[in-house]
Design a binder for this molecule. Structure first.
Ligand code: SAM
Length: 374
């Protein structure tokens, strides 16, 4: 016997009267609402509509889609430079397609971490967790603007069926591709310190999957360059023979990022149990966005992504089930940075390039404009 909710009630009205009432209801309701109201199947309502020329028109379907778009645009306006206390899928549903330049986030790992007051926010069955993350990736793909980028930071989860650890980047790689996004990179975030397990190697890195919706519309390498190992190296052949061969702003950024995590005594530490460092978010924001672009973090946590967006003049939006006051307090202290750092420029490289410019007789203006460095 199926549960009561699935049983189809026997209609009590004569057939033609019932049909007329169903059609009347259908003119103001959906197929499902009509079927439920009369205890008949959705297929029956559809067949009746078809037979009587009362099928919901394409126009009505389009009107509904337009209303939905309008609602989503209004919601986004309300959520600009703000974060919602909401479930991630509800939040995404309220956002329009193609609105964000960057979705920068770190998901829960489903390892029973205690977030907020909700003991269940990180304790799903593994198979459900995989499906839930897949829905989120699909939504990320939908809200990204063409040329936009997803930066998805993650570690390992645990499959409770056999107790094994599962790297989330491996688990989700194909899901990102199937969601229509293009693989760009997998960053290894090298964490110098951490826990030491008994019979396994200690984990000293996590990953960030970087996928884009088509070719990334922005890629700024300079704010993520690293100091050259040998800034005085010179070309030994070719037209530039004898000239400095490295880039004055440092080496091209790689996919290995060595950044300390936010431990107990870290200056950025809040009461959040799984905060990522501002420097990690900063690199992603500076490489993949322009000032004014929208950066979304659907697992906002303590608000790290939003603080970085504000410091760099980007718009932001996000949500989390908890930590609203924590984010508000952090954002209240965050203002626009008035310097744009070039971390690949070291004292040593600056001295070498300035000496080179003087030797080559550059004017102070040329030195400032870096024309010698092209
Ligand atoms: C890894 S933390 C993100 C931390 C953040 N990057 C930071 O620097 O503070 C994951 C966050 O996801 C939130 N979360 C878990 N389940 C959620 C859900 N269903 N909807 C929205 N947020 C959720 C948790 O509360 C937690 O703050």
């Amino acid at each position: 016997m199926p549960p009561a909710a699935y049983q189809i009630k026997t209609p009590t009205l004569p057939e033609d009267k019932l049909d007329a009432e169903i059609l009347q209801k259908l003119s103001q309701s959906t197929y499902q609402e009509t079927a439920t109201a009369f205890g008949v199947s959705r297929g029956k309502v559809y067949q009746l509509a078809l037979k009587n020329g009362a099928r919901k028109t394409e126009q009505r379907i389009m009107e509904r889609a337009a209303e939905r778009k309008q609602r989503q645009a209004e919601t986004l306006k309300a959520l600009l430079d703000a974060t919602a206390t909401a479930d991630v899928l509800d939040y995404f549903e309220a956002l329009p397609d193609n609105c964000a330049q960057l979705v920068l986030t770190s998901c829960p790992y489903n390892v029973a971490k205690k977030y907020g007051e909700g003991a269940s926010a990180d304790t799903m069955r593994h198979v459900y967790f995989a499906g839930w993350l897949s829905m989120i990736v699909s939504e990320i793909s939908r809200v990204l603007a063409p040329g936009g980028v997803a930066f998805f930071q993650c570690g390992s989860t645990r499959d409770e069926v056999d107790g094994s650890m599962v790297p989330i980047d491996i688990m989700m790689f194909d899901v990102f591709r199937k969601a229509g996004l293009d693989y760009q990179n997998r960053v290894s975030w090298v964490i110098p310190h951490g826990l030491t397990p008994k019979r396994r190697l200690s984990e000293r890195h996590e990953s960030a999957l970087i996928f884009s919706k088509g070719t990334p519309s922005t890629f700024h390498p300079d704010p993520a360059r690293t100091p050259q190992k040998n800034p005085g190296k010179r070309a030994y052949k070719g037209p530039n023979k004898g000239r400095l061969s490295g880039h004055p702003f440092g080496a091209w950024p790689s996919d290995v990022w060595v950044i300390g995590n936010v431990g107990a005594n870290h200056p950025e530490k809040t009461g959040h149990p799984a905060q990522f460092p501002e420097e990690l978010a900063m690199r992603a924001v500076q490489i993949y966005t322009q000032p004014g672009d929208l950066v979304i973090d659907p697992f906002s946590g303590s608000g790290t992504t939003h603080v970085v967006a504000r410091r760099t003049g980007r718009q932001f939006s996000g949500c989390d089930l908890f930590y609203e006051d924590m984010r508000a307090a952090r954002l209240a202290d965050a203002g626009l940075d008035n310097v744009c750092p070039l971390p690949g420029v070291s004292e040593q490289s600056r001295a070498i390039w300035q000496a080179e410019a003087i030797v080559r007789g550059a004017t102070p203006r040329e030195i400032r404009q870096q024309t010698l460095f092209d």
